[in-house]
Structures are given as C-alpha cells and as structure tokens.
Design a protein around this ligand. Structure first.
Ligand code: GLY
Length: 549
C-alpha cells in the first residue's frame, strides 16, 4: 500500500512536470536591433537550434551588420536561463597589463582629452570572442562553424545599408579618417546612401578563422599577431599575454525580488544589476500604482530613487576582484527602506551640477527564448559608437574604447558624465565598471521578461522603467517601449527627459534637458497569456522581433 502511494506521488509529480513543459507551446522569439541579425537567429531556431546557438549566431552577425556596437573587438555580459537555473558569463574587456592608474594624465595631472576614447591606448583586451566561444562550449547544440557562417557571408558578400546606417556612417566619417584601415572600410567618397553594400572582407576572414580555430585564433593566433603588430606600431601597450591570459568569469547572477517577481542581472563589474535591484527595492516602499505615469510626483519619485543609486554607484562599485563592493548592503531591503524614508521626508540633498552627458548611446542588446524555455539576455559593446574608430590592420575588427569607462581621475566624468573613485581606478587586468544591464525577470520560476538596452549610463534607468511599466503599470511591450523615459544620474544634477507635459516641466525645480526619443533602445521578450512576445524599440530603426510559429 505504502509503495503504491509513493508510486502515485511520483507519477503525479512526473505528470505535472511533463504537462508544464508541454504547456510551453511557443517556438521561440528573437529580438535584436538589426533585422538581418534577427533573421539569422530565427533561422537557427527554426532549424532546431537552441537559444544559445541562436545567440551565438546573432552576436557574430551583429558584429558585421551593426558595426557601431556589435563586435569582436569589445566585450559584454550574458545572463541566461536553463533548466530552472540562471547563469552568467562576464566577458567584459580587461585593462592591458602595461596600463596604469594615471596613463591618461599629463605631467600636470590633468586628463589628456581624447586619449581614452580615440587612441591606441583606449582599448581593453576584448572579451567578446572568449565569451561567445565559452557559451558555445557550455550550451550550444550546433557546430561553431555553422553558427558563424551567416556572419562570414554577410561580411564577405556585404549587406545593404539602411538609411539610418548610411547616415550614421557618414556622421562618423571624420573619426574613421583618423585611421587608414577604418577609412578604407567605413568611408565612401561622396557619402553612403541607403541600399549601398557594406563589404568587410578582412572581417570575413577573421570570422572564418574563429569558425575554424575557435578562441585560439583571436587570443593566440593569426588575429592576435595582427592586432599586436598594429598596436605596437602605433603607440599601443598590448602585449601577447594580454590576449593569451584573457579569461571570462562565470559569476553568480545577482538576484533580488520585486513583489512576486525575481529580478536577476549581472553583478559587478556591471553596476546595472546592483542599481536596478536597489532602485526596485526602494520603489517597493511606495504605492507606485497610485502615481500617474509622467506626473510631477512620479518624475520626482523616480529622480530621487535614481539619485541614491547613482551616487552609490560612483563610490562603491568597481571590479570585484580588485575592490570589495558592498553588494549585499546595497541591495538589502533594509537599506532601501532607510532610503525610502529619506525620500518621504524630503531629505534629498541637491548636488552641484557637473558636466553634461555627451551624446554617445552605443552598445547593443538582444533577447532570445527557444521552444524549450531556454532564455538569453545579452548586452555587448565597443563603448562609444564604432569604439575607438581604430580597425586593427588586416583584421577588419573595430577596437573598443572601453578604457574610458574607468575613472581616469577621481571626480573626472567619462563619456557619459559618470564620475568614479578608487573603486574604479585603472589597474592591470581589471575590468572597467559598466552600466550594461541584461535582465531576466522570472515569475513562478519561468522567464517572464527578458530585457536590456544600450545607452551608456542611461541603460540602467531605461531598463528600470521598462520593468516598472510592465510589472506595475501593466503595459504591453509596445506601450512600454514607446512610453517616454527619464534619466537622472545624480551628477550632473539634471533631469533628462524625452517628453513631458509643459506644466510638469514648469514645476520641475531642476535643470532639465530634452533627449527626444534618445533614452535607451529596449529589446524585450515578455510572457503573455498568448505566449512569449517580443518587441524591438522604435527609437532606432532597423530592429526586428521575430516570433516563431
Ligand atoms: N561602455 C558602456 C558600459 O559598459 O556601460
């Protein structure tokens, strides 16, 4: 009898588990910022590949069709869901072994303008190839060559530029002209036009090498030699060991709760996970549903919450291998309650205005889910648009300018106006602090919202508002993505906004700056009653969500 009972319990559990996985009737969704990369990712899913196969193919394809941010010469973060568990790969760039704290300062101790952005000193050791190859090794089901093949074709045969891309390349012509290799590939006499073919033969060769030889091609092979030679000839400081000793990190995902949801993202060296969880913890102390979206009260609430998170970011966040980041304290509910009390009591200090945020909004995010429920949330970057604008000779690979994400001097603002401190000073082999925030929100142990954004310092706030719009205001992905966003980062003491009513603006006692449709560019997937749905933010054209039926 007892045996029968155990057997019945076993069968009941088995039946529930099976019926749950059978209920997963979606065949997958791919959302990226470029339609050709989305096509590549969707094709892989249709051919039976999993979300990881699709993500690898998409990331290599974006390196070709979205050269301003997709990359081989940069780095990023991926968080993914598999078998009810979350995993991450940190493939952020690392400072060269010969780098030093004051490398961007002149003898007087002043920051040399541009050195961390457009020179051979601007790049950290890229991590993208190592990250994607690790993901392949751990989770893929298809051969690497197959997954890189679409990118090779797009690079060697070329692809048609959209109007937006043609104009964007033209906008950066001056930057490309500072580097012969970049000029050769990315500048066209008379300017690019819509439907012109962008052919990147050297990049195609580099991709083929990686397809055949894997990580070794990039970190200890032909591509390494070319990068090292070019950097040596032009005042760079990379040495062989920068590449041969590069290692990704598999970090524990950083998770918090918001109401009945679990919110997971990257731990440091991303500041995104900490800041988003901290802000949601603070928000939990307010009845946000009673606020009217974009009202004066709502804007002030967000602004105050953002101010605490960004102030903490500037002091406490850096690479955890080099600085003891007080993560537990920053994301504790108790700490959030104390901050909420201060906000309620109007104890928020007004801080002196700093520098303005410049206009670069690069980086790119994609979200993928497959028919088995595996989910990938990936953000990667070259930092500024087209990185340093330097293509390593003979490789077709644009190099990052991620060294600018370090604090070059305490209090000195980076490209995004962010300031840093000791926690984020330059040290050999250290990763600079990032704002990239790939997120997976789960409900009942299944991915509910897979999201992320480009936008430098604005990434964190864009993703934060996407989460509130969906979880609290119950918006659809389309509504949420099209809703106006605000951005506030403590310093400079300015509210950036996309669209607010004149009466709200009049009442704001803060300086404010209009950033028309320029705060973030979300690529999200949401679980709805009809299954998983995707949406590509319209703030930039060219993105595409593909749902597989
Ligand atoms: N380079 C932008 C970021 O990592 O936040």
């Amino acid at each position: 009898m007892k045996f029968l009972k155990i057997k019945m319990v076993f069968f009941t559990i088995f039946f529930v588990a099976c019926s749950e996985s059978n209920n997963f009737k979606d065949n997958g969704v791919v959302v990226t910022r470029h339609h050709l990369a989305s096509d590549v990712g969707a094709k892989i899913l249709k051919e039976g590949g999993n979300a990881f196969d699709s993500a690898i193919a998409v990331a290599f394809a974006l390196a070709v069709v979205n050269p301003s941010a997709g990359n081989l010469g940069g780095g990023g973060f991926v968080i993914y869901f598999k078998n009810n568990k979350l995993f991450t790969i940190d493939y952020r760039e690392k400072a060269p072994i010969r780098s030093s704290r004051d490398m961007f300062l002149n003898p007087e101790g002043d920051v040399v303008k541009g050195l961390s952005l457009e020179s051979y000193l601007a790049s950290g050791t890229p991590g993208t190839v190592a990250g994607l190859i690790q993901l392949h090794k751990d989770e893929a089901s298809m051969p690497l060559e197959k997954l890189i093949a679409p990118a090779v074709i797009l690079a060697t045969e070329g692809f048609k530029l959209s109007e937006f891309q043609a104009q964007y390349l033209n906008k950066y012509a001056k930057k490309f002209k500072k580097n012969k290799e970049a000029e050769k590939i990315f500048v066209k006499e008379g300017g690019w036009r819509k439907d012109d073919l962008l052919i990147q033969r050297d990049l195609g060769k580099s991709l083929s090498l990686i397809a055949k030889k894997g990580s070794k091609a990039f970190y200890d092979g032909d591509i390494t030699k070319k990068i090292l030679n070019d950097f040596k000839d032009n005042g760079g400081i990379f040495i062989k060991e920068d590449f041969s000793s590069y290692e990704i990190r598999k970090l524990e995902p950083l998770c918090g709760t918001y109401k009945s949801y679990e919110i997971c993202s990257m731990p440091p060296p991303s500041s995104g996970g900490v800041a988003i969880i901290q802000m949601l913890n603070i928000l939990e102390n307010f009845d946000v549903k009673n606020f009217s979206h974009s009202s004066l009260e709502y804007i002030f609430l967000l602004k105050n919450i953002m101010s605490f998170a960004y102030a903490d970011r500037s002091v406490f966040l850096g690479d955890p291998d080099y600085f003891n980041v007080p993560v537990d304290k920053l994301i504790s509910k108790n700490y959030a309650r104390k901050i909420a009390e201060k906000i309620k009591n109007k104890e928020t200090t007004k801080i002196q205005p700093g520098m303005l945020i410049k206009e670069s909004e690069e980086t790119t995010h994609f979200s993928i889910i497959d028919k088995w429920g595996n989910a990938v949330s990936n953000t990667y970057t070259l930092n500024g648009a087209y990185g340093s604008g330097i293509v390593a000779k003979g490789t077709g690979i644009l190099m990052n300018n991620e060294m600018d994400d370090f604090s070059q001097k305490p209090g000195y603002p980076n490209l995004y106006g962010l300031i840093g401190s000791e926690a984020n000073k330059i040290e050999p082999k250290k990763s600079p602090l990032s704002s990239m925030s790939p997120v997976i929100v789960s409900k009942d142990n299944m991915p509910y919202l897979i999201t992320g954004s480009p936008g430098g310092s604005t990434i964190i706030n864009s993703v934060f508002q996407e989460i509130i719009n969906i979880l609290d205001f119950e918006m659809s992905l389309e509504e949420s993505s099209n809703k106006n966003r605000i951005h506030y980062q403590w310093q400079p003491d300015i509210i950036f906004y996309e669209d607010l009513k004149p009466e709200v603006l009049k009442e704001l006692e803060y300086d404010f700056i209009l950033r028309k449709r320029k705060l973030g560019e979300i690529q999200s997937i949401l679980k709805t009653s009809e299954g998983y749905r995707g949406y590509s933010d319209l703030r930039r054209p060219d993105g595409k969500s593909i749902e597989i039926h």
